[in-house]
Design a protein around this ligand. Sequence first.
Ligand code: HEM
Length: 188
Amino acid sequence: MQWRNSRTRYGLPAQAFHWGIVLLLMILFPLGWYMTDLPLGLEKFEAYQLHKSLGLIVFAVLLLRLLWRWRNPPPPLPTELPPLVRLAAKFTHFALYGMVFAQIGLGIALSFKANAPIGFFKLFSLPNPLTPDKQAAEWLSTAHSWTGNAIVSLIALHAGAALWHHFVRRDDILRRMLPISADNPDKH
Ligand code: HEM
């Protein structure tokens, strides 16, 4: 298994960042929807703290992922793809990064404005630099919810495109992000 990205494949760290974030988002979304419907009490408080802790982990992993990507560019898209498809892919990737960062920022801001603690697995809490404001917290909460919906739509587009590449175009786009490959990675 290679470490660095090549012209045809993602290396192990890039794959681990990608699938690690997928896993974290698969927990964060259902937890977010579930916890808001809970009645006030300890379970709700602990679910919120878990959601916030995992959200902070996504933030750290995203920063590391972008640092790695900067030092280690991803394999280029196949040149035979129509320009509009290449543009759509780039836009979706850029929008996904931007929206997930925005989602984390909104979650942090809404907690501070609601004067709710942001703990990290009972290890420490972030100090609140903002003045609490109930109305702003409600507005930010609505924005956090809508950005969440936009991320779900982008993920559907992104995953749908990966499946289209794999099953319709039958190219290596999905395989190059998988740790095992039935194909020769350097056949191109
Ligand atoms: C990528 C990371 C994140 C995702 C995907 C995510 C997703 C969600 C979702 C789907 C909800 C439910 C919204 C609804 O009711 O429709 C939610 C609620 C919430 N999230 Fe996040 N979240 C993330 C990060 C964070 C972070 C970092 C924090 C704070 C440190 C945070 C704080 C909250 C809070 C406080 C709520 C409840 C809002 C309310 O009660 O009105 N989230 N989140």
